[in-house]
Write a protein of this length. Structure first.
Length: 272
């Protein structure tokens, strides 16, 4: 392997992924594992391991991929998990703050903008922003012990632009579905919070960046996909494999002089 490619290797590094059993948890985990890292997957005690996570554990073994229980808005549970990770895998080198709340169409009740309950707003802010804050404190504390680390906060293109309500106007619900305002607000706040931590911890060898994906193709309805893809300069939604390279870049020494920035992986969506 040449010197440039060696910079992307994560051999022997310890990575923590929060929200590990969610939609993207296994995407980040596979990327980190394939780059050589040992991975600690965190999720709430009431969340069962996803089939994708179990498949990865069978493939890479428990010595490379372990599961831990913790709630990102419960600091004591995070501290217990961090202690176990340090004891079993080693000091933390990489943190991927992936845990978050999003609302897909037609999964929960819809409210008009003026009627959205305050608790619905604050719950999203608590998990997406405050939860990331707590995780940076706790696992960043592990990084401070060896003056090295990369924190990657998972943002969104909606940290930069407002969701287009026309993407959802074909969905027959009353009231009409709208993307909750707290989601984009929480991700925008996370971008600024990341810059704050980046400037404070840079002298201690810890980098803090944001990886903001665009729309990732999944089980969305075809009308939504068509509208969304028409809005993307590259004409398509992201595939999960499109996110692996950017994550490994930010986690590895290939980005050793990169901190306090937001890497937007959206096919050009926010360029228009």
């Amino acid at each position: 392997m040449n010197a440039v490619l060696e910079q992307f290797a994560l051999t022997g590094k310890v990575a923590v992924v929060t929200g590990g059993f969610g939609k993207l948890g296994s995407v980040w985990s596979r990327a980190l594992l394939e780059a050589g890292a040992k991975v600690a997957l965190l999720d709430k005690p009431d969340i069962l391991p996803s089939e994708e996570a179990l498949t990865l554990q069978r493939q890479f073994g428990e010595e490379r991929l372990r599961f831990y229980q913790a709630d990102v808005i419960d600091r004591p549970s995070l501290e217990i998990a961090c202690h176990h990770i340090e004891d079993q895998l080693g000091l933390v080198d990489v943190l991927v703050n992936n845990a978050g709340i999003d609302q897909p169409p037609a999964k929960v009740r819809n409210d008009r903008l003026q009627d959205i309950p305050f608790a619905a707003f604050t719950t999203v802010m608590d998990v997406n922003t405050a939860g990331s804050f707590l995780c940076m404190q706790v696992f960043g504390g592990s990084m401070l012990k060896h003056a090295f680390g990369s924190i990657i906060n998972i943002g969104s293109l909606y940290a930069s632009v407002s969701p287009d309500a026309r993407f959802y106007d074909h969905i027959e619900t009353d009231p009409p579905f709208i993307k909750p305002p707290a989601y984009g607000a929480s991700k925008a706040a996370l971008v600024n919070l990341s810059r704050y931590f980046a400037t404070h911890w840079a002298p201690q060898g810890i980098r803090v960046n944001v990886l903001s994906p665009g729309g990732v193709e999944g089980n969305q309805d075809e009308a939504f996909k068509a509208k969304f893809q028409h809005r993307v300069p590259m004409g398509k939604m992201a595939q999960v494999d499109d996110l692996a390279g950017p994550l490994v870049f930010l986690a590895s020494d290939a980005s050793r002089y990169v901190t306090g920035t937001e890497l937007i992986v959206d096919g050009g969506f926010t360029a228009w």
